[in-house]
Ligand binder design. Sequence first.
Ligand SMILES: [Zn+2]
Length: 201
Amino acid sequence: MLACGQDGRRADEPMVEVKTVAPRVVVELRYATARNLAKRAIYPKNARAYLRRGVAERLVRAQTWLDAYAPKGTRLKIWDAWRPAWAHQQLWKVMPNPELLRDPRLGGSLHTWGVCVDATLVDAAGTELKMPSDFDVFGKKSKTRYTGADPAVEQNLRRLQAAMTVAGFQVVHDEWWHFCAKDWQAYAAIDLSLTGGEVPE
Ligand SMILES: [Zn+2]
């Protein structure tokens, strides 16, 4: 069944591993570590980053924009990509706050559709650039519009947002790191394995 506002045109678009389509994009799945809001690993250690093919291809476009307009060596880094529904359930159990997470009973997160990524930037050495906050730090610091006083943070965030919007993503008001395909309505939730299989875990 399609969700409200959804047209399902690309509901069958295959899922691909990000590194096979966008090999220059750095992947560090935070939910495979304890560095997230749950403060423990939710994904298996060997979890891989998957997205719908057309969404993964947009990461290549974002990286190409960075190659042209950001300091040499700047790369996109992904903290989360497709998220299985069971993993979103676990996050909801830890933080059942509808201001921070989408209630699984109301359809859950668009991450479970393979159309959203959590992203930041790294420099040529792979070090994360200064941004308004770390991943999964909610509150004033997570807002898309930076209101702090550090011009470097403002510039880094602007570059990330420019690269992602040029590539076909939209920014999401409450989480500066969260970007969804602007045509997300064309897709739907999808299930597979985080570690390479085709069957749900
Ligand atoms: Zn997100």
